[in-house]
Design a protein around this ligand. Structure first.
Ligand code: ZN
Length: 397
């Protein structure tokens, strides 16, 4: 696996949809397909060896991105982690505790086990800070920090308005005003590229370092938008979700820890059962197809069996917190929009129990964090983690 960190040198616009409208909002991550396209274009311009190009960009086993926000620090950029959809905060004083801010914030907490216990009753839950009792609301975004203190990462954005140019008069075209939301210059992103071959990864990093690579991503690349510079790129043998967990913890230990917390939180429900609880958390959007090739909007045990291990068909779904959305794309080769897909959104959480001991479950789930789940994993779709560590931090922060 290769770790890559990039910085925006010009405003960056990544549209959520190819449909044209007067205002286009910007998504907060860089899809894997955009990274692969931007890098491939740069390599073609540099006139690299055709054989290398095919191995880097056209092989089915190659996986690009996605890229998530990162925070600058003296030791280099620190990769941020997407909050699961079970993260909630106080509506009156939202956000994490911070000594920097002038007013109090009442912390962020995880609500997974509350949702499992009472799927319909959580709207009555209030902030537990003394004398507050404001309702809770969902906290979206990214965070850094594994331990007690966490920090929310927000990208700086602005809005750019421009007119279209009339082809004949070369002046501003009447009634054609476009407004784009863009990510500002100087913002960091990080992610991973996987070739499945350490020698190839080493070679790719050397080529990138030699060329001091700058690539263009997103919309408006011919008019001063989308220039990004690779700040850091190196091969690594870390676990793909290395920034979520302590490096010394194995999957089995994580499963055991999560299972005991889940049983403690859910109490009587598992009193006489020999089963293991686990959650599947989406770190990127996920494309799942059923047997009729239609897109699915939740991950069922049959999907776990199909994409991970047949024995997982025995898992019982106990609840989920999920949404779905349309995903569009642009095929540069054909100069046509890609087919619109329906993806299960990044941040979605699925909770199951299965009648096998933790050791066996760890064997069944062994490779899913490396391989991902669903379709188009080469473009960064379907990145998952088992038992997101955020679920285990029960107290407010
Ligand atoms: Zn509060």
């Amino acid at each position: 696996m290769i770790i890559i960190k990039l910085e925006t040198k010009e405003p960056l616009h990544l549209s959520a949809s190819y449909t044209v409208s007067t205002y286009s909002p910007c998504i907060e991550y860089i899809p894997g397909s955009a990274l692969r396209g931007g890098m491939a274009k740069k390599f073609l311009q540099e006139d690299q060896n055709q054989e290398d190009f095919e191995r880097f960009f056209l092989d089915d086993h190659v996986r690009f991105g996605p890229l998530w926000p990162a925070q600058n620090s003296p030791q280099g950029a620190i990769g941020a982690i997407l909050l699961p959809m079970t993260a909630y905060t106080c509506k009156r004083y939202p956000g994490v505790y911070s000594s920097k801010t002038g007013y109090t914030k009442h912390g962020i907490r995880d609500m997974l086990f509350e949702f499992i216990k009472e799927p319909t009753g959580t709207s009555s839950l209030n902030c537990s800070e003394q004398d507050c009792e404001a309702p809770l609301t969902r906290q979206t975004g990214y965070y850094i920090g594994q331990e007690a203190h966490m920090e929310l990462i927000e990208l700086d954005k602005r809005v750019i308005t421009s007119t279209a140019i009339d082809d004949q008069t070369q002046t501003a075209a009447p009634e054609q005003l476009f407004t784009l939301q863009v990510i500002e210059e100087g913002q960091m992103f990080w992610g991973q590229i996987e070739f499945g071959d350490p020698d190839l990864e080493e070679m790719f990093c050397q080529l990138c370092c030699e060329t001091g690579i700058q690539i263009r991503l997103g919309a408006g690349t011919s008019r001063g938008l989308g220039l990004m510079e690779v700040k850091d790129i190196y091969p690594s043998d870390n676990h793909p979700n290395y920034n979520l967990f302590s490096v010394t913890q194995s999957l089995l230990e994580r499963i055991q820890e999560f299972d005991s917390v889940a049983k403690m939180e859910l109490g009587d429900r598992f009193a006489n059962q020999t089963c293991t609880c686990f959650s599947l958390d989406l770190l990127s959007d996920c494309l799942l197809l059923d047997e009729f090739l239609q897109y699915k909007i939740r991950i069922e045990p049959s999907d776990l069996a199909r994409y991970i291990h047949p024995d997982l068909s025995r898992a019982a779904p106990l609840g989920q917190v999920c949404t779905s959305q349309f995903v569009d794309g642009w095929n540069n080769l054909h100069c046509l929009p890609r087919e619109t897909s329906v993806a299960i959104s990044a941040g979605s959480v699925f909770f199951y129990c299965i009648d096998v001991p933790p050791q066996e479950l760890a064997n069944l789930l062994g490779q899913v964090e490396y391989r991902g789940i669903g379709e188009r994993t080469q473009d960064g779709f379907g990145r998952v983690t088992i038992n997101h560590p955020f679920h285990l931090k029960r107290e407010q922060r």
